[in-house]
Write a protein that binds this ligand. Structure first.
Ligand SMILES: Cc1ncc(COP(=O)(O)O)c(C=O)c1O
Length: 353
C-alpha cells in the first residue's frame, strides 16, 4: 500500500500469500455446495469457534442480517447497543427486511450495556408488547475498540438462556478481542448462539465474513443468504484468502495493537491533542484535536494527505479522530505519522502556510 492509511482496517489489502492462494484455489459451484475451499473455510471456522456449522457470506453486514433474520420472526424485538454497527450503519436492514424492531441501550466506556438494563428491556408476556427474541453484542465494540470480556459475555448469555432469548455476537473484530484479552475465540464466544466474523478487516482478506452457530441456525441463515442474493459460485477464490485470514492473520493482531499503542503514546505527547491512553485496547485509537490547535480538523486531514497519510475525522465538529492500525501499518509508518502531525500542528508550519 502506498499511502499510510489509518482510516480503518477495512482498507487492508490481501497479502502476497493470499493472492497466490487465491490464484491456485480449488473451486466448485458453491450454490451446489460443491466448492471444497468454501466448505473447508466453513468447517474450520465452526471448529475454531466450537460451533456445529459455518456459512461464508459476502460481508459483515450480510452476516449480521442473515443472523438476525435466522433468529427472529417479523414483529420480534432485539436488544442491542445504541452505538452498534447493526443499529447505526446497516441501513436498518433488520427492520427493512425482517421486521425486527431494535431496542437500543447505552454502553459504558468498556463497550458494555448494563446487564440490569438489558434485563429490564426484555419484554414480559403481554399481548401489547413485541416478543423480545434476541440480544446482540459487538466485540470488539466498534465505537472504542474495547474487548468485551468472557465474564461479561457469559453473563449476558446466561441471561439470554434464562429468558429464552438468543445471543448473537457481531464479531467483526472478535480476533482483536481475543488477542487483547489473551483468550481463545471458542471460550470468548461459548455462550453465543451465533457469531459473525469479518475476514476482510484486520485479517486482510479482500472479501467476506463467516457466521457460525448450530446446524439448525446455519440452515435458516443459508436460506436467508440465498434470498439476499448471497449465493456465490466459485467463491473458493475468496475462501482461499479467508483460510489464511482465519488460521494465520488472526495470530498476528498483537502487532497491530502494538502499533496502535505506539501511535497513541506519540499523539498523546503532542500539543493540541487529547487522548485517553487507557481507552486504547486493541487496534483503534480515538483522539480529539483541541480548539487551541492552529488548524481545523478538516485542515489536519488535508495536510496529512500531502504527507501521504489518510486519517479522517470521526466527528468533525467535535475534532474527534479515529485511527485504526492494521497489517500494512509498520512501526516506521507510525513514526512518519507522528512527525507529520507534529509538523502540521506547529505554529511555524501554520504561519508559513
Ligand atoms: C463492528 C462491525 N460490524 C459489522 C461491520 C460490517 O462489515 P462489512 O463492511 O463487511 O459489511 C463493520 C464494518 O466496518 C463493523 O465495524
Amino acid at each position: 500500500m502506498d499511502m499510510i492509511d489509518l482510516r480503518s482496517d477495512t482498507v487492508s489489502h490481501p497479502t502476497p500469500e493470499m493472492r497466490e492462494a487465491m490464484a491456485n484455489a480449488v473451486v466448485g459451484d458453491d450454490v451446489y455446495d460443491e466448492d471444497p475451499t468454501v466448505n473447508q473455510l466453513q468447517a474450520d471456522a465452526a471448529a475454531m469457534f466450537g460451533k456445529e456449522a459455518g456459512l461464508f457470506v459476502v460481508s459483515g453486514t450480510m452476516g449480521n442480517l442473515a443472523s438476525v433474520l435466522a433468529h427472529c420472526q417479523r414483529g420480534d424485538e432485539m436488544i442491542l447497543s445504541r452505538f452498534s454497527h447493526i443499529f447505526l450503519y446497516e441501513q436498518g436492514s433488520s427492520v427493512a427486511y425482517g421486521g425486527v424492531q431494535p431496542s437500543t441501550l447505552p454502553i459504558n466506556r468498556d463497550g458494555m450495556m448494563d446487564i440490569d438494563q438489558i434485563r429490564k428491556a426484555i419484554r414480559g408476556d403481554n399481548p401489547h408488547y413485541p416478543i423480545t427474541r434476541l440480544i446482540c453484542l459487538e466485540n470488539t465494540a466498534g465505537i472504542s475498540g474495547a474487548p468485551l470480556t468472557v465474564e461479561y459475555t457469559d453473563q449476558v448469555a446466561a441471561l439470554a438462556r434464562d429468558r429464552g432469548l438468543k445471543l448473537h455476537i457481531d464479531g467483526a473484530r472478535i480476533f482483536n478481542a481475543s488477542t487483547a484479552l489473551n483468550v481463545d475465540v471458542k471460550t470468548l464466544t461459548a455462550g453465543a448462539d451465533s457469531v459473525s466474523i469479518c475476514l476482510s478487516k484486520g485479517l486482510c482478506a479482500p472479501v467476506g465474513s463467516i457466521i457460525v452457530g448450530s446446524k439448525e441456525f446455519i440452515a435458516r441463515a443459508y436460506r436467508v443468504r440465498k434470498s439476499l442474493g448471497g449465493g456465490m459460485r466459485q467463491a473458493g477464490i475468496l475462501a482461499a484468502a479467508g483460510l489464511i485470514a482465519l488460521h494465520k492473520m488472526s495470530k498476528r493482531l498483537h502487532e497491530d495493537h502494538a502499533t496502535a499503542r505506539q501511535l497513541a503514546e506519540g499523539l498523546a505527547a503532542l500539543p493540541h491533542i487529547t487522548l485517553d491512553l487507557e481507552s486504547v485496547r486493541s487496534n483503534m485509537i480515538y483522539f480529539t484535536l483541541l480548539p487551541t490547535s492552529p488548524i481545523t480538523p478538516a485542515e489536519l486531514s488535508a495536510r496529512l494527505r500531502d504527507y501521504g497519510i489518510l486519517l479522517n475525522s470521526y466527528i468533525s465538529e467535535e475534532g474527534l479522530f479515529r485511527a485504526v492500525t492494521h497489517y500494512w501499518i509498520m512501526p516506521e509508518h507510525v513514526e512518519r505519522v507522528l512527525d507529520a502531525v507534529r509538523a502540521v500542528l506547529s505554529p511555524a508550519y501554520s504561519a508559513a502556510d
